[in-house]
Design a protein around this ligand. Structure first.
Ligand SMILES: Nc1ncnc2c1ncn2[C@@H]1O[C@H](COP(=O)(O)OP(=O)(O)O)[C@@H](O)[C@H]1O
Ligand SMILES: [Mg+2]
Length: 572
Protein backbone atom coordinates (compact mmCIF):
# COMPACT_ATOMS: atom_id res chain seq x y z
CA UNK A 1 0.00 0.00 0.00
CA UNK A 2 2.86 2.35 0.90
CA UNK A 3 4.29 2.11 -2.58
CA UNK A 4 1.15 3.79 -3.92
CA UNK A 5 1.65 6.58 -1.37
CA UNK A 6 5.33 7.10 -2.13
CA UNK A 7 4.57 9.02 -5.30
CA UNK A 8 2.80 11.73 -3.29
CA UNK A 9 5.38 12.03 -0.51
CA UNK A 10 5.75 15.81 -0.97
CA UNK A 11 2.06 16.45 -0.34
CA UNK A 12 2.10 13.90 2.45
CA UNK A 13 4.95 15.87 4.05
CA UNK A 14 3.53 19.37 3.45
CA UNK A 15 0.14 18.57 4.99
CA UNK A 16 1.45 17.83 8.50
CA UNK A 17 3.92 20.72 8.21
CA UNK A 18 1.13 23.24 7.69
CA UNK A 19 -0.87 21.43 10.35
CA UNK A 20 1.96 22.17 12.79
CA UNK A 21 1.58 25.83 11.88
CA UNK A 22 -2.12 25.75 12.67
CA UNK A 23 -1.68 23.98 15.99
CA UNK A 24 1.13 26.36 16.96
CA UNK A 25 -1.21 29.31 16.48
CA UNK A 26 -3.90 27.56 18.54
CA UNK A 27 -1.44 27.04 21.36
CA UNK A 28 -0.33 30.70 21.33
CA UNK A 29 -3.86 32.04 21.83
CA UNK A 30 -4.22 31.27 25.58
CA UNK A 31 -0.86 33.01 26.23
CA UNK A 32 -2.15 36.23 24.68
CA UNK A 33 -5.40 35.82 26.58
CA UNK A 34 -3.35 35.71 29.77
CA UNK A 35 -1.66 39.01 28.87
CA UNK A 36 -5.03 40.65 28.16
CA UNK A 37 -6.49 39.51 31.50
CA UNK A 38 -3.45 40.08 33.72
CA UNK A 39 -2.12 43.31 32.21
CA UNK A 40 -4.89 44.77 30.07
CA UNK A 41 -7.80 44.22 32.48
CA UNK A 42 -6.31 43.70 35.94
CA UNK A 43 -3.13 45.76 35.42
CA UNK A 44 -1.21 43.50 37.76
CA UNK A 45 2.21 45.04 37.07
CA UNK A 46 0.74 48.56 36.96
CA UNK A 47 -0.78 48.75 40.44
CA UNK A 48 -4.21 47.54 39.34
CA UNK A 49 -4.65 50.03 36.48
CA UNK A 50 -5.77 48.34 33.26
CA UNK A 51 -4.39 49.22 29.82
CA UNK A 52 -6.95 49.62 27.01
CA UNK A 53 -4.20 50.10 24.44
CA UNK A 54 -2.63 46.78 25.38
CA UNK A 55 -6.02 45.06 25.13
CA UNK A 56 -6.53 46.30 21.57
CA UNK A 57 -2.97 45.54 20.34
CA UNK A 58 -3.02 42.05 21.88
CA UNK A 59 -6.54 41.51 20.51
CA UNK A 60 -5.28 42.48 17.05
CA UNK A 61 -2.39 40.03 17.46
CA UNK A 62 -4.86 37.29 18.37
CA UNK A 63 -6.90 37.99 15.24
CA UNK A 64 -3.68 37.93 13.20
CA UNK A 65 -2.76 34.54 14.67
CA UNK A 66 -6.22 33.19 13.90
CA UNK A 67 -5.78 34.31 10.28
CA UNK A 68 -2.35 32.70 9.96
CA UNK A 69 -3.63 29.53 11.67
CA UNK A 70 -6.60 29.46 9.32
CA UNK A 71 -4.35 29.79 6.27
CA UNK A 72 -2.15 26.94 7.53
CA UNK A 73 -5.28 24.85 8.16
CA UNK A 74 -6.51 25.43 4.61
CA UNK A 75 -3.15 24.56 3.08
CA UNK A 76 -2.86 21.46 5.23
CA UNK A 77 -6.34 20.37 4.12
CA UNK A 78 -5.55 21.01 0.47
CA UNK A 79 -2.31 18.99 0.55
CA UNK A 80 -3.83 16.18 2.61
CA UNK A 81 -6.72 15.84 0.16
CA UNK A 82 -4.49 16.10 -2.90
CA UNK A 83 -2.41 13.30 -1.47
CA UNK A 84 -5.25 11.00 -0.37
CA UNK A 85 -7.42 11.53 -3.45
CA UNK A 86 -4.61 10.89 -5.90
CA UNK A 87 -3.44 7.92 -3.87
CA UNK A 88 -7.01 6.54 -3.87
CA UNK A 89 -7.28 7.13 -7.62
CA UNK A 90 -4.10 5.12 -8.27
CA UNK A 91 -5.19 2.39 -5.90
CA UNK A 92 -8.61 2.11 -7.53
CA UNK A 93 -7.10 1.84 -11.01
CA UNK A 94 -4.61 -0.77 -9.83
CA UNK A 95 -7.33 -2.80 -8.14
CA UNK A 96 -9.48 -2.64 -11.27
CA UNK A 97 -6.58 -3.60 -13.52
CA UNK A 98 -5.78 -6.58 -11.33
CA UNK A 99 -9.43 -7.62 -11.24
CA UNK A 100 -9.44 -7.76 -15.04
CA UNK A 101 -6.29 -9.89 -14.99
CA UNK A 102 -7.78 -12.48 -12.63
CA UNK A 103 -9.05 -15.74 -14.03
CA UNK A 104 -12.85 -16.28 -14.08
CA UNK A 105 -12.48 -18.78 -11.24
CA UNK A 106 -10.76 -16.18 -9.06
CA UNK A 107 -13.36 -13.47 -9.71
CA UNK A 108 -16.10 -15.97 -8.86
CA UNK A 109 -14.42 -16.67 -5.54
CA UNK A 110 -14.42 -12.98 -4.55
CA UNK A 111 -18.01 -12.48 -5.84
CA UNK A 112 -18.97 -9.45 -7.89
CA UNK A 113 -20.58 -7.61 -4.96
CA UNK A 114 -17.45 -7.91 -2.85
CA UNK A 115 -15.17 -6.74 -5.66
CA UNK A 116 -17.39 -3.69 -6.15
CA UNK A 117 -17.32 -2.87 -2.42
CA UNK A 118 -13.58 -3.29 -2.30
CA UNK A 119 -12.90 -1.02 -5.27
CA UNK A 120 -15.35 1.67 -4.11
CA UNK A 121 -16.16 1.89 -0.40
CA UNK A 122 -13.08 0.11 0.95
CA UNK A 123 -10.72 2.36 -1.00
CA UNK A 124 -12.63 5.41 0.26
CA UNK A 125 -12.04 4.18 3.82
CA UNK A 126 -8.33 3.80 3.09
CA UNK A 127 -8.25 7.33 1.68
CA UNK A 128 -9.76 8.63 4.90
CA UNK A 129 -7.17 6.69 6.83
CA UNK A 130 -4.43 8.47 4.90
CA UNK A 131 -6.02 11.90 5.51
CA UNK A 132 -6.35 11.17 9.22
CA UNK A 133 -2.78 9.96 9.50
CA UNK A 134 -1.19 12.98 7.89
CA UNK A 135 -3.62 15.52 9.32
CA UNK A 136 -5.86 14.45 12.19
CA UNK A 137 -3.26 12.37 13.92
CA UNK A 138 -0.64 15.12 13.71
CA UNK A 139 -3.10 17.73 14.91
CA UNK A 140 -4.30 15.85 17.97
CA UNK A 141 -0.85 14.54 18.81
CA UNK A 142 0.64 18.04 18.72
CA UNK A 143 -2.24 19.54 20.66
CA UNK A 144 -1.82 16.98 23.41
CA UNK A 145 1.96 17.25 23.70
CA UNK A 146 2.09 21.01 23.06
CA UNK A 147 -0.83 21.64 25.43
CA UNK A 148 0.84 19.71 28.23
CA UNK A 149 4.13 21.57 27.74
CA UNK A 150 2.37 24.97 27.69
CA UNK A 151 0.32 24.12 30.75
CA UNK A 152 3.33 22.97 32.74
CA UNK A 153 5.22 26.10 31.71
CA UNK A 154 2.42 28.16 33.29
CA UNK A 155 2.74 26.31 36.57
CA UNK A 156 4.19 22.90 37.37
CA UNK A 157 1.37 22.15 39.83
CA UNK A 158 -1.02 21.69 36.91
CA UNK A 159 0.95 18.55 36.18
CA UNK A 160 -1.04 16.89 38.96
CA UNK A 161 -4.33 17.48 37.11
CA UNK A 162 -2.90 16.10 33.89
CA UNK A 163 -1.41 13.12 35.68
CA UNK A 164 -4.82 12.28 37.17
CA UNK A 165 -7.12 12.89 34.21
CA UNK A 166 -5.06 11.72 31.24
CA UNK A 167 -4.79 8.02 32.24
CA UNK A 168 -8.56 7.88 32.82
CA UNK A 169 -9.33 9.29 29.39
CA UNK A 170 -6.72 7.17 27.68
CA UNK A 171 -8.18 4.09 29.35
CA UNK A 172 -11.65 5.01 28.00
CA UNK A 173 -10.29 5.61 24.50
CA UNK A 174 -8.45 2.29 24.44
CA UNK A 175 -11.46 0.45 25.84
CA UNK A 176 -13.87 1.79 23.21
CA UNK A 177 -11.47 1.25 20.35
CA UNK A 178 -10.77 -2.29 21.50
CA UNK A 179 -14.49 -3.05 21.55
CA UNK A 180 -15.22 -1.44 18.18
CA UNK A 181 -12.20 -2.71 16.29
CA UNK A 182 -13.46 -6.18 15.27
CA UNK A 183 -16.78 -4.72 14.21
CA UNK A 184 -15.30 -2.77 11.30
CA UNK A 185 -14.28 -5.85 9.33
CA UNK A 186 -17.78 -7.25 9.86
CA UNK A 187 -19.27 -3.94 8.73
CA UNK A 188 -17.50 -4.17 5.35
CA UNK A 189 -18.67 -7.78 4.91
CA UNK A 190 -22.26 -6.72 5.54
CA UNK A 191 -21.79 -4.03 2.94
CA UNK A 192 -20.59 -6.75 0.51
CA UNK A 193 -23.85 -8.63 1.09
CA UNK A 194 -25.99 -5.55 0.45
CA UNK A 195 -24.08 -4.85 -2.76
CA UNK A 196 -24.36 -8.47 -3.91
CA UNK A 197 -28.14 -8.61 -3.47
CA UNK A 198 -28.49 -5.24 -5.16
CA UNK A 199 -26.30 -6.18 -8.10
CA UNK A 200 -28.10 -9.50 -8.65
CA UNK A 201 -31.48 -7.83 -8.59
CA UNK A 202 -30.63 -4.95 -10.87
CA UNK A 203 -29.06 -7.18 -13.52
CA UNK A 204 -31.74 -9.81 -13.06
CA UNK A 205 -34.67 -7.36 -12.81
CA UNK A 206 -36.61 -9.05 -15.59
CA UNK A 207 -36.44 -12.48 -14.02
CA UNK A 208 -37.53 -11.07 -10.68
CA UNK A 209 -40.55 -9.50 -12.36
CA UNK A 210 -41.33 -12.56 -14.46
CA UNK A 211 -41.48 -14.79 -11.39
CA UNK A 212 -43.17 -12.09 -9.28
CA UNK A 213 -40.39 -12.48 -6.72
CA UNK A 214 -40.33 -8.82 -5.67
CA UNK A 215 -41.53 -9.57 -2.12
CA UNK A 216 -38.97 -12.33 -1.69
CA UNK A 217 -36.15 -10.18 -3.04
CA UNK A 218 -37.28 -7.19 -0.97
CA UNK A 219 -37.13 -9.39 2.09
CA UNK A 220 -33.67 -10.65 1.09
CA UNK A 221 -32.43 -7.10 0.59
CA UNK A 222 -34.14 -6.06 3.83
CA UNK A 223 -32.31 -8.78 5.73
CA UNK A 224 -28.92 -7.85 4.28
CA UNK A 225 -29.60 -4.19 4.95
CA UNK A 226 -30.82 -4.81 8.51
CA UNK A 227 -27.66 -6.72 9.28
CA UNK A 228 -25.62 -3.81 7.97
CA UNK A 229 -27.60 -1.32 10.06
CA UNK A 230 -27.38 -3.53 13.16
CA UNK A 231 -23.61 -3.68 12.94
CA UNK A 232 -23.43 0.05 12.28
CA UNK A 233 -25.77 0.71 15.23
CA UNK A 234 -23.70 -1.45 17.57
CA UNK A 235 -20.70 0.69 16.76
CA UNK A 236 -22.61 3.96 17.07
CA UNK A 237 -24.27 2.98 20.36
CA UNK A 238 -20.89 2.03 21.76
CA UNK A 239 -19.47 5.41 20.84
CA UNK A 240 -22.48 7.30 22.12
CA UNK A 241 -21.61 6.07 25.65
CA UNK A 242 -18.25 7.59 25.16
CA UNK A 243 -19.16 11.27 24.72
CA UNK A 244 -20.93 11.75 28.11
CA UNK A 245 -18.24 9.82 29.97
CA UNK A 246 -15.58 11.94 28.32
CA UNK A 247 -17.52 15.13 29.09
CA UNK A 248 -17.72 14.27 32.78
CA UNK A 249 -13.98 13.67 32.87
CA UNK A 250 -13.35 16.89 30.96
CA UNK A 251 -15.47 19.01 33.30
CA UNK A 252 -13.99 17.39 36.38
CA UNK A 253 -10.54 18.29 35.08
CA UNK A 254 -11.57 21.91 34.46
CA UNK A 255 -12.92 22.13 38.02
CA UNK A 256 -9.65 20.68 39.29
CA UNK A 257 -7.66 23.31 37.39
CA UNK A 258 -9.83 26.11 38.80
CA UNK A 259 -9.56 24.70 42.30
CA UNK A 260 -5.80 24.29 42.15
CA UNK A 261 -5.38 27.60 40.34
CA UNK A 262 -7.52 29.35 42.97
CA UNK A 263 -5.27 28.12 45.75
CA UNK A 264 -2.16 29.18 43.83
CA UNK A 265 -3.60 32.65 43.01
CA UNK A 266 -4.52 33.24 46.66
CA UNK A 267 -1.00 32.23 47.65
CA UNK A 268 0.33 34.74 45.11
CA UNK A 269 2.14 32.12 43.01
CA UNK A 270 -0.11 32.52 39.95
CA UNK A 271 -2.11 35.18 38.14
CA UNK A 272 -5.83 34.88 37.25
CA UNK A 273 -4.90 35.13 33.56
CA UNK A 274 -2.64 32.10 33.90
CA UNK A 275 -5.52 30.08 35.41
CA UNK A 276 -7.73 31.10 32.48
CA UNK A 277 -5.03 30.03 30.04
CA UNK A 278 -4.65 26.71 31.90
CA UNK A 279 -8.41 26.08 31.58
CA UNK A 280 -8.17 26.60 27.83
CA UNK A 281 -5.16 24.31 27.61
CA UNK A 282 -6.71 21.47 29.57
CA UNK A 283 -9.85 21.75 27.42
CA UNK A 284 -7.70 21.65 24.27
CA UNK A 285 -5.75 18.65 25.52
CA UNK A 286 -8.73 16.59 26.58
CA UNK A 287 -10.71 17.46 23.47
CA UNK A 288 -7.77 16.29 21.42
CA UNK A 289 -7.64 13.03 23.34
CA UNK A 290 -11.35 12.59 22.67
CA UNK A 291 -10.84 13.27 19.00
CA UNK A 292 -8.23 10.55 19.07
CA UNK A 293 -11.10 8.07 19.38
CA UNK A 294 -12.60 9.27 16.11
CA UNK A 295 -9.18 9.05 14.52
CA UNK A 296 -8.55 5.57 15.82
CA UNK A 297 -12.00 4.65 14.56
CA UNK A 298 -11.03 5.81 11.07
CA UNK A 299 -7.70 4.07 11.43
CA UNK A 300 -9.16 0.71 12.45
CA UNK A 301 -11.88 0.92 9.81
CA UNK A 302 -9.28 1.98 7.26
CA UNK A 303 -6.95 -0.87 8.16
CA UNK A 304 -9.78 -3.41 7.93
CA UNK A 305 -10.61 -2.01 4.49
CA UNK A 306 -6.94 -1.80 3.58
CA UNK A 307 -6.58 -5.51 4.22
CA UNK A 308 -9.54 -6.23 1.93
CA UNK A 309 -8.11 -4.03 -0.82
CA UNK A 310 -4.73 -5.72 -0.47
CA UNK A 311 -6.38 -9.14 -0.78
CA UNK A 312 -7.67 -8.04 -4.15
CA UNK A 313 -4.39 -6.37 -5.17
CA UNK A 314 -2.24 -9.25 -4.03
CA UNK A 315 -4.36 -11.94 -5.61
CA UNK A 316 -1.96 -12.83 -8.38
CA UNK A 317 -3.66 -13.98 -11.57
CA UNK A 318 -3.85 -17.79 -11.60
CA UNK A 319 -3.40 -17.83 -15.35
CA UNK A 320 -0.25 -16.08 -16.49
CA UNK A 321 1.69 -15.56 -19.68
CA UNK A 322 3.99 -18.16 -21.15
CA UNK A 323 6.92 -17.16 -23.38
CA UNK A 324 5.65 -18.19 -26.78
CA UNK A 325 4.79 -15.23 -29.05
CA UNK A 326 2.37 -17.19 -31.21
CA UNK A 327 4.13 -17.40 -34.61
CA UNK A 328 3.24 -20.84 -35.98
CA UNK A 329 3.35 -22.56 -39.32
CA UNK A 330 0.05 -24.32 -38.63
CA UNK A 331 -3.06 -22.13 -38.53
CA UNK A 332 -6.09 -23.23 -36.59
CA UNK A 333 -5.26 -26.69 -35.27
CA UNK A 334 -6.67 -27.64 -31.87
CA UNK A 335 -5.73 -30.78 -29.98
CA UNK A 336 -7.11 -32.12 -26.73
CA UNK A 337 -4.71 -34.67 -25.26
CA UNK A 338 -6.06 -36.73 -22.34
CA UNK A 339 -7.66 -33.63 -20.89
CA UNK A 340 -9.23 -33.76 -17.43
CA UNK A 341 -10.63 -30.67 -15.84
CA UNK A 342 -12.84 -29.60 -12.93
CA UNK A 343 -13.79 -26.41 -11.06
CA UNK A 344 -13.77 -28.02 -7.64
CA UNK A 345 -12.73 -31.43 -6.41
CA UNK A 346 -14.66 -33.47 -8.95
CA UNK A 347 -13.65 -33.74 -12.59
CA UNK A 348 -16.16 -32.23 -15.00
CA UNK A 349 -14.20 -33.39 -18.05
CA UNK A 350 -12.55 -36.78 -18.03
CA UNK A 351 -9.70 -37.89 -20.22
CA UNK A 352 -10.81 -36.20 -23.42
CA UNK A 353 -8.69 -36.58 -26.56
CA UNK A 354 -9.48 -35.41 -30.05
CA UNK A 355 -7.96 -33.27 -32.78
CA UNK A 356 -9.49 -30.53 -34.88
CA UNK A 357 -7.59 -29.91 -38.12
CA UNK A 358 -7.08 -26.45 -39.62
CA UNK A 359 -10.17 -25.29 -41.55
CA UNK A 360 -12.37 -28.07 -40.21
CA UNK A 361 -15.86 -27.46 -38.87
CA UNK A 362 -16.54 -29.40 -35.71
CA UNK A 363 -19.83 -29.73 -33.89
CA UNK A 364 -20.10 -30.46 -30.18
CA UNK A 365 -23.27 -32.06 -28.87
CA UNK A 366 -24.37 -33.26 -25.47
CA UNK A 367 -27.01 -32.65 -22.87
CA UNK A 368 -26.84 -29.49 -20.75
CA UNK A 369 -24.29 -29.63 -17.97
CA UNK A 370 -22.20 -32.33 -19.64
CA UNK A 371 -19.22 -29.96 -19.93
CA UNK A 372 -19.34 -28.47 -23.44
CA UNK A 373 -18.78 -24.87 -22.33
CA UNK A 374 -16.07 -25.98 -19.94
CA UNK A 375 -14.36 -27.81 -22.78
CA UNK A 376 -14.15 -24.89 -25.20
CA UNK A 377 -13.14 -22.43 -22.46
CA UNK A 378 -9.92 -24.38 -22.15
CA UNK A 379 -8.89 -23.32 -25.68
CA UNK A 380 -8.42 -19.57 -24.93
CA UNK A 381 -7.20 -20.73 -21.51
CA UNK A 382 -9.88 -19.23 -19.28
CA UNK A 383 -9.06 -22.18 -17.05
CA UNK A 384 -6.13 -24.56 -16.90
CA UNK A 385 -6.53 -28.30 -17.39
CA UNK A 386 -6.02 -30.55 -14.39
CA UNK A 387 -4.37 -33.27 -16.44
CA UNK A 388 -3.33 -33.64 -20.05
CA UNK A 389 -2.89 -30.68 -22.39
CA UNK A 390 -4.68 -28.47 -24.87
CA UNK A 391 -2.57 -27.59 -27.91
CA UNK A 392 -3.25 -24.80 -30.36
CA UNK A 393 -1.27 -25.00 -33.60
CA UNK A 394 0.90 -27.64 -32.01
CA UNK A 395 1.87 -25.59 -28.96
CA UNK A 396 0.56 -26.10 -25.40
CA UNK A 397 -1.76 -23.20 -24.55
CA UNK A 398 0.14 -22.77 -21.28
CA UNK A 399 3.26 -21.85 -23.25
CA UNK A 400 1.63 -18.99 -25.13
CA UNK A 401 1.62 -15.36 -24.18
CA UNK A 402 -2.06 -14.97 -23.28
CA UNK A 403 -2.59 -12.17 -25.75
CA UNK A 404 -1.05 -14.17 -28.59
CA UNK A 405 -3.20 -17.20 -27.78
CA UNK A 406 -6.40 -15.22 -27.43
CA UNK A 407 -5.67 -13.39 -30.69
CA UNK A 408 -5.93 -16.75 -32.43
CA UNK A 409 -9.27 -17.60 -30.88
CA UNK A 410 -12.64 -15.92 -31.31
CA UNK A 411 -15.25 -17.05 -28.83
CA UNK A 412 -18.96 -16.29 -28.93
CA UNK A 413 -20.45 -17.09 -25.57
CA UNK A 414 -23.70 -18.80 -24.76
CA UNK A 415 -24.91 -15.63 -23.08
CA UNK A 416 -24.25 -12.78 -25.53
CA UNK A 417 -22.50 -10.07 -23.56
CA UNK A 418 -23.21 -6.73 -25.18
CA UNK A 419 -21.98 -3.38 -23.96
CA UNK A 420 -23.93 -0.23 -23.32
CA UNK A 421 -22.98 1.52 -26.58
CA UNK A 422 -23.93 1.47 -30.29
CA UNK A 423 -24.38 -1.71 -32.32
CA UNK A 424 -21.37 -0.72 -34.43
CA UNK A 425 -19.14 -0.23 -31.39
CA UNK A 426 -20.24 -3.60 -30.10
CA UNK A 427 -19.24 -5.31 -33.33
CA UNK A 428 -15.99 -3.30 -33.51
CA UNK A 429 -14.99 -4.87 -30.22
CA UNK A 430 -13.83 -7.76 -32.37
CA UNK A 431 -11.29 -5.64 -34.23
CA UNK A 432 -10.95 -1.94 -33.40
CA UNK A 433 -9.38 -0.92 -36.73
CA UNK A 434 -12.00 -2.55 -38.96
CA UNK A 435 -13.63 -0.38 -41.64
CA UNK A 436 -17.37 0.25 -41.94
CA UNK A 437 -17.43 -2.19 -44.87
CA UNK A 438 -15.82 -4.91 -42.75
CA UNK A 439 -18.41 -4.33 -40.03
CA UNK A 440 -21.23 -4.49 -42.56
CA UNK A 441 -19.76 -7.63 -44.10
CA UNK A 442 -19.49 -9.39 -40.75
CA UNK A 443 -23.08 -8.40 -39.95
CA UNK A 444 -24.17 -9.71 -43.33
CA UNK A 445 -22.60 -13.11 -42.69
CA UNK A 446 -24.18 -13.24 -39.24
CA UNK A 447 -27.58 -12.49 -40.81
CA UNK A 448 -27.71 -9.35 -38.69
CA UNK A 449 -27.45 -6.68 -41.37
CA UNK A 450 -31.16 -6.54 -42.25
CA UNK A 451 -32.50 -5.97 -38.79
CA UNK A 452 -29.66 -3.56 -37.93
CA UNK A 453 -30.40 -1.45 -40.99
CA UNK A 454 -34.08 -1.43 -40.06
CA UNK A 455 -33.24 -0.17 -36.56
CA UNK A 456 -33.89 3.57 -35.97
CA UNK A 457 -30.24 4.66 -36.35
CA UNK A 458 -28.90 1.67 -38.25
CA UNK A 459 -25.46 0.66 -37.03
CA UNK A 460 -25.43 3.67 -34.70
CA UNK A 461 -28.48 2.47 -32.76
CA UNK A 462 -27.75 2.35 -29.06
CA UNK A 463 -27.83 -1.00 -27.35
CA UNK A 464 -29.33 -0.65 -23.88
CA UNK A 465 -27.48 -2.08 -20.91
CA UNK A 466 -26.66 -5.77 -21.44
CA UNK A 467 -28.55 -5.67 -24.75
CA UNK A 468 -31.91 -5.46 -22.99
CA UNK A 469 -33.43 -3.54 -25.90
CA UNK A 470 -32.82 -6.42 -28.34
CA UNK A 471 -34.39 -9.83 -28.78
CA UNK A 472 -32.36 -12.89 -27.85
CA UNK A 473 -31.77 -13.76 -31.49
CA UNK A 474 -30.73 -10.20 -32.37
CA UNK A 475 -28.25 -10.13 -29.50
CA UNK A 476 -26.81 -13.44 -30.63
CA UNK A 477 -26.37 -12.21 -34.17
CA UNK A 478 -24.56 -9.03 -33.02
CA UNK A 479 -22.28 -11.14 -30.84
CA UNK A 480 -21.65 -13.48 -33.77
CA UNK A 481 -20.85 -10.52 -36.06
CA UNK A 482 -18.32 -9.39 -33.49
CA UNK A 483 -16.58 -12.75 -33.39
CA UNK A 484 -16.56 -13.05 -37.17
CA UNK A 485 -15.09 -9.57 -37.54
CA UNK A 486 -12.21 -10.55 -35.28
CA UNK A 487 -11.00 -12.82 -38.08
CA UNK A 488 -9.24 -15.24 -35.76
CA UNK A 489 -7.98 -18.64 -36.84
CA UNK A 490 -10.29 -20.53 -34.55
CA UNK A 491 -13.92 -19.55 -34.26
CA UNK A 492 -15.88 -21.02 -31.37
CA UNK A 493 -19.64 -20.68 -31.11
CA UNK A 494 -20.86 -21.76 -27.71
CA UNK A 495 -24.51 -22.45 -28.38
CA UNK A 496 -24.83 -18.91 -29.62
CA UNK A 497 -27.26 -19.43 -32.48
CA UNK A 498 -29.82 -21.35 -30.43
CA UNK A 499 -32.26 -18.45 -30.35
CA UNK A 500 -32.43 -18.29 -34.17
CA UNK A 501 -35.01 -20.15 -36.19
CA UNK A 502 -33.58 -23.09 -38.12
CA UNK A 503 -33.77 -21.35 -41.48
CA UNK A 504 -31.89 -18.24 -40.33
CA UNK A 505 -29.37 -20.41 -38.53
CA UNK A 506 -28.76 -22.56 -41.61
CA UNK A 507 -28.26 -19.45 -43.75
CA UNK A 508 -25.82 -18.06 -41.21
CA UNK A 509 -23.67 -21.20 -41.29
CA UNK A 510 -23.85 -21.40 -45.07
CA UNK A 511 -22.60 -17.81 -45.43
CA UNK A 512 -19.97 -18.37 -42.79
CA UNK A 513 -18.60 -21.46 -44.50
CA UNK A 514 -18.47 -19.67 -47.83
CA UNK A 515 -16.83 -16.49 -46.50
CA UNK A 516 -14.40 -17.96 -43.98
CA UNK A 517 -13.18 -21.21 -45.56
CA UNK A 518 -9.84 -21.27 -43.75
CA UNK A 519 -11.14 -20.68 -40.27
CA UNK A 520 -11.43 -23.63 -37.95
CA UNK A 521 -14.96 -23.63 -36.58
CA UNK A 522 -16.06 -25.28 -33.37
CA UNK A 523 -19.79 -25.12 -32.91
CA UNK A 524 -21.59 -26.15 -29.73
CA UNK A 525 -25.28 -26.76 -30.33
CA UNK A 526 -28.37 -28.23 -28.76
CA UNK A 527 -29.97 -29.18 -32.07
CA UNK A 528 -28.47 -31.75 -34.37
CA UNK A 529 -29.75 -29.68 -37.30
CA UNK A 530 -27.27 -26.93 -36.35
CA UNK A 531 -24.22 -29.16 -36.69
CA UNK A 532 -25.39 -31.85 -39.10
CA UNK A 533 -23.24 -30.51 -41.93
CA UNK A 534 -20.10 -30.19 -39.81
CA UNK A 535 -17.09 -32.27 -40.86
CA UNK A 536 -17.18 -34.13 -37.59
CA UNK A 537 -19.26 -34.03 -34.44
CA UNK A 538 -17.98 -34.66 -30.91
CA UNK A 539 -20.59 -36.20 -28.65
CA UNK A 540 -19.94 -35.48 -24.98
CA UNK A 541 -21.61 -37.62 -22.37
CA UNK A 542 -21.05 -37.06 -18.67
CA UNK A 543 -17.74 -35.29 -19.27
CA UNK A 544 -16.37 -37.99 -21.56
CA UNK A 545 -15.99 -38.04 -25.32
CA UNK A 546 -18.59 -40.63 -26.31
CA UNK A 547 -18.08 -40.43 -30.08
CA UNK A 548 -16.37 -38.29 -32.69
CA UNK A 549 -17.31 -38.68 -36.33
CA UNK A 550 -19.43 -37.34 -39.19
CA UNK A 551 -23.23 -37.18 -38.91
CA UNK A 552 -23.76 -40.16 -41.21
CA UNK A 553 -21.17 -42.35 -39.50
CA UNK A 554 -22.45 -41.39 -36.04
CA UNK A 555 -25.97 -42.43 -37.00
CA UNK A 556 -24.54 -45.85 -37.78
CA UNK A 557 -22.12 -46.23 -34.88
CA UNK A 558 -23.22 -44.14 -31.89
CA UNK A 559 -26.24 -45.13 -29.88
CA UNK A 560 -26.26 -41.90 -27.87
CA UNK A 561 -26.20 -39.89 -31.08
CA UNK A 562 -29.02 -41.94 -32.55
CA UNK A 563 -31.08 -41.36 -29.39
CA UNK A 564 -30.59 -37.61 -29.56
CA UNK A 565 -31.36 -37.68 -33.27
CA UNK A 566 -34.55 -39.67 -32.88
CA UNK A 567 -35.83 -37.59 -29.95
CA UNK A 568 -35.22 -34.37 -31.91
CA UNK A 569 -36.78 -35.86 -35.04
CA UNK A 570 -39.91 -36.66 -33.06
CA UNK A 571 -40.01 -33.22 -31.46
CA UNK A 572 -39.36 -31.35 -34.70
N1 LIG B 1 -17.74 -21.46 -13.12
C1 LIG B 1 -18.10 -22.67 -12.67
N2 LIG B 1 -17.79 -23.03 -11.41
C2 LIG B 1 -18.15 -24.26 -10.93
N3 LIG B 1 -18.82 -25.17 -11.64
C3 LIG B 1 -19.16 -24.88 -12.90
C4 LIG B 1 -18.82 -23.61 -13.48
N4 LIG B 1 -19.29 -23.58 -14.75
C5 LIG B 1 -19.89 -24.78 -14.94
N5 LIG B 1 -19.82 -25.56 -13.85
C6 LIG B 1 -20.32 -26.94 -13.71
O1 LIG B 1 -19.67 -27.73 -14.68
C7 LIG B 1 -20.55 -28.61 -15.30
C8 LIG B 1 -20.47 -28.44 -16.81
O2 LIG B 1 -20.93 -27.16 -17.14
P1 LIG B 1 -20.86 -26.59 -18.61
O3 LIG B 1 -19.52 -26.83 -19.15
O4 LIG B 1 -21.35 -25.20 -18.59
O5 LIG B 1 -21.91 -27.53 -19.34
P2 LIG B 1 -22.64 -27.33 -20.73
O6 LIG B 1 -22.04 -26.19 -21.43
O7 LIG B 1 -22.44 -28.64 -21.42
O8 LIG B 1 -24.07 -27.12 -20.43
C9 LIG B 1 -21.92 -28.33 -14.72
O9 LIG B 1 -22.21 -29.35 -13.80
C10 LIG B 1 -21.79 -27.03 -14.04
O10 LIG B 1 -22.56 -26.99 -12.88
MG1 LIG C 1 -22.82 -24.47 -22.10
Amino acid sequence: MLEYLKKYWLWAALAPLFMCGEVFMDLLQPRLMKTIVDEGVLGLSNGGVGDLGLISTTGAKMIGLVAVGGFCGVMSGVFANLCSQNFGNDLRKAAFRNTLALSPGQTDRFSTGSIITRITNDITQVQQLVTQCIRGFVRTGMLIVGGIVCMLSLDLSFGAVIACSLPFILFCVIYFIGRANPMFGILQQKLDNVNSVMQENITGARVVKAYVREDYENARFGKANNELVDTQLNILVLFSYMTPIMNILLNASVVAVIFLGGIRVRGGGLTPGAVMAAITYITQILNAVMRMTMIFQTISRGTASGRRVMELLECSPAITDGDFEGETRLKGKVEFKNVSFGYGKTDILKNISFTVNPGETIGILGETGCGKTSLVQLIPRFYDVREGAVLVDGVDVRDYKLEALRDKVSLSLQKSELFNTTIKENILWGRQDASDEDVAKAAEIARAKDFIENSPDGFDTLVAEKGMSLSGGQKQRIAVSRSILKGAEILIFDDCTGALDLKTEAELYERLNKAEKNMTKIIIAQRIASVKSADRIAVIDGGRLAAFDSHERLLETSEIYRDIYNSQLKAG
